[in-house]
Design a protein around this ligand. Structure first.
Ligand SMILES: NC(=O)c1ccc[n+]([C@@H]2O[C@H](COP(=O)([O-])OP(=O)(O)OC[C@H]3O[C@@H](n4cnc5c(N)ncnc54)[C@H](OP(=O)(O)O)[C@@H]3O)[C@@H](O)[C@H]2O)c1
Length: 311
């Protein structure tokens, strides 16, 4: 039901049968001939940039990507990074030939954006992928015209910018297997871990864990850095040690078969320094604090849906 999948980009192997190898190499050197979907982004902000960057690096042709953004400055910035990607201030212009339309604007403008392109979405029936926090697929479908559109809700996170993203996906009933494949190919370009969930409510859980999660770790690292400075380290050293420790702990957990509690116990010797620190964290109710943070993000997703989804 909730399974994480490691994304892997196939590489030609000398152990493959020759015909398969030639086919795969052919696909890699002639990406235009491969069936790449045409993808249009509405909103060319931070998340759109992360996804576009990942797609381009993984070989999706720039000629098959377009985006719209109202801000000229933003379009110019994107043009300087991706000169071959067409952009426009006109949402309708970029979605005209799209197989996939990715909604990448803030929740408060989504109603205006979707109603503005609804006629074209109804006529062309592309796969609509919304990365917008909170807003339900049923509300997006109603704004399109209530015709059971193919909608995927996707919740990526900002580490996508450095190729370390995590994401959750939910598909409405109308989404075909071929459209699921198209959505997966896009997500594989930005997320090392991703998962299809079979209840839309779980997208709000994904939002509360991995969507908002990077900020939780930034806050914890900020507190550790400050504590290191108070203990006498230079700010540079405290920051570098904190970041590397966070990375090292994450990598250890990722590479290990042990669960997280076992890993913690393994580095906590009786009567040692770590045990003293862990006791202070437990006395400060760290589990309740983290639990409340995740619940607050989850609740906020529902509030956003109520605030901006019921128009
Ligand atoms: N950042 C995250 O960590 C994260 C993670 C997962 C999902 N998300 C979701 O991703 C969505 C986008 O987030 P973001 O961080 O990329 O936001 P962002 O940087 O503000 O990007 C949104 C872009 O859309 C533009 N825009 C506004 N109205 C438009 C319209 N009518 N037509 C076309 N473009 C329009 C904005 O221009 P202006 O700035 O001029 O308004 C902005 O450049 C949000 O809904 C968020 O919930 C974000």
């Amino acid at each position: 039901m909730f399974r994480f999948i490691k994304s892997t980009i196939p590489r030609p192997s000398s152990f493959m049968p020759a015909t398969e190898r030639i086919l795969q190499i052919h696909n890699m050197v002639s990406p235009q001939k491969k069936s790449h979907s045409t993808v249009a982004f509405i909103g060319g902000g931070n998340m759109a940039e992360a996804i576009i960057g990942g797609m381009v690096s993984s070989g999706h042709p720039s000629s098959c990507i377009t985006f719209s953004d109202l801000a000229e400055q933003r379009r110019d910035y994107m043009k300087s990074k991706y000169p071959d990607i067409e952009s426009s201030a006109d949402n309708l212009a970029v979605i005209a030939k799209a197989d996939v339309v990715i909604l990448a604007v803030k929740p408060q403008v989504l109603h205006t954006v979707v109603t503005g392109i609804a006629d074209t979405l109804q006529a062309n029936k592309p796969l609509v992928v919304s990365i917008v926090a909170g807003i339900a697929a049923a509300d997006i479908d109603r704004w399109i015209g209530g015709s059971q559109s193919s909608i995927v809700r996707c919740m990526p996170n900002t580490p996508a910018l450095v190729g370390e993203g995590a994401a959750g996906l939910y598909a409405t009933e109308a989404v075909t297997n071929q459209q699921k494949d198209m959505a997966e190919k896009i997500v594989q370009a930005i997320a090392k871990e991703y998962s299809w969930v079979d209840s839309e409510n779980l997208i709000d859980a994904v939002t509360a864990i991995s969507g908002s999660g990077p900020a939780y770790f930034f806050l914890i690292m900020e507190a550790m850095e400050n504590a290191g400075v108070e203990a006498g380290l230079s700010r540079e050293d405290a920051k570098a040690l904190t970041i590397q420790t966070c990375l090292g702990a994450a990598k250890t957990a990722q590479d290990s078969d042990d669960d997280l509690a076992t890993l913690r116990r393994k580095v906590t010797s009786p009567k040692g320094t770590t045990e003293a620190a862990i006791k202070a964290l437990e006395d400060g109710h760290i589990r309740d604090v983290m639990g409340n943070a995740v619940k607050a993000a989850f609740r906020r997703s529902h509030e956003l849906a109520e605030l901006f989804g019921k128009q």
